[in-house]
Write a protein that binds this ligand. Sequence first.
Ligand SMILES: NC(=O)C1=CN([C@@H]2O[C@H](COP(=O)(O)OP(=O)(O)OC[C@H]3O[C@@H](n4cnc5c(N)ncnc54)[C@H](O)[C@@H]3O)[C@@H](O)[C@H]2O)C=CC1
Ligand SMILES: CC(C)CC(=O)C(=O)O
Ligand SMILES: [Mg+2]
Length: 368
Amino acid sequence: MANPSILILAGDGIGPEVMAEVKKIIGWYDAKRGITFDVSEDLVGGCAYDKHGTPLHDDTMAKAQEVDCVLLGAVGGPKYDNLDFSVKPERGLLRLRKEMDLYSNLRPAQCFDALADFSSLKKEVVAGLDIVIVRELTSGVYFGEPRGIFTEGNERVGINTQRYTESEIARVARSAFEMARRRNNKVCSMEKANVMESGILWRQVVQEIHDKEYPDVELSHMYADAGAMQLCRWPKQFDVIVTDNLFGDLLSDAAAMLTGSLGMLPSASLGAPMANGRPKALYEPVHGSAPDIAGQGKANPIACVLSFAMALRYSFDLGDEATRLEQAVEKVLAEGVRTADLMGPEGGTPVSTSAMGDAIVAALDASL
Ligand SMILES: NC(=O)C1=CN([C@@H]2O[C@H](COP(=O)(O)OP(=O)(O)OC[C@H]3O[C@@H](n4cnc5c(N)ncnc54)[C@H](O)[C@@H]3O)[C@@H](O)[C@H]2O)C=CC1
Ligand SMILES: CC(C)CC(=O)C(=O)O
Ligand SMILES: [Mg+2]
């Protein structure tokens, strides 16, 4: 049987730096666990634009559709800020999400014990935190039509459209309810039904799917602005949060800080099952290309490493190996190994991106 296949799209900025550490871990699984992946690499984002004049070449898109999963680093950077909107690096990632139909974006926010002191919130607020944000990823205001910058009279007007169909809401709701059943059986749905018709429909459909198919799951609804406040006030009240594309983007960056750093938050973007029964999938850290620290060996690779752990679990049915990798990360943090973003006001000596990767590999060795 063919080895499971992975397409690596490291992208821009710190993307290739954090992905280099994931490649070490893929090498470790091959050498030490006999788990061999067929890995291919290609370009996405600004680096693809530099080479092909487009942030995602059609051949790359076709490869992404064929592999068992895609691992992505990050895209974007100031060099590309003034490009035409249609070829901006971020469009490459949005095209991947849309054409692979990756409608369910799982963004777990877990506070490792070793980092509970380090969060910007009080220790008792974040210690033991373990929540998942399920973000709708292929619709809503990031994709709705009409969109654009137009001229009306003597001024410009920028338009984006929030649009959700019933079936788009229903499928991501199911994904959240399924996730809750595997966890603590609680879903909180967030929208702005007080001011948006799309929010009213969102609330109705989530409630209907709940009542018909998941009556055993505890469901609550919250306006997304209040949800943002509650995430900071007492995040442990949540188990699974389901929300739309834009609110999910904002709420998950906020949730990242509960865990200590944006450099800690992984994600899985999942679609419909393929012929092999596993979902179409792309795994990426929640953070971006971090141009302020790119090229300096300062980036925290843990979000990217934990995204690979999610790939082991969701794309390769290797839940035990995913847990092994997550425990290796936990061990390294408990030993006090820290990249610069995890340094508190008391200071200390941060390790480089590469040294963090090496420490995780050493912890994997110690797990054997
Ligand atoms: N999925 C993706 O590829 C995403 C791409 N972007 C793009 O990235 C570029 C920069 O965007 P920003 O708003 O600055 O967001 P960002 O997430 O790249 O950076 C925000 C802040 O967090 C820090 N940070 C992020 N990841 C880190 C890591 N692994 N280790 C240590 N520190 C880390 C950065 O240094 C920066 O201070 C933009 O072009 C944006 O469009 C932004 C978000 C997601
Ligand atoms: C296309 C991305 C740059 C948008 C984003 O911030 C994200 O998906 O987290
Ligand atoms: Mg974001």
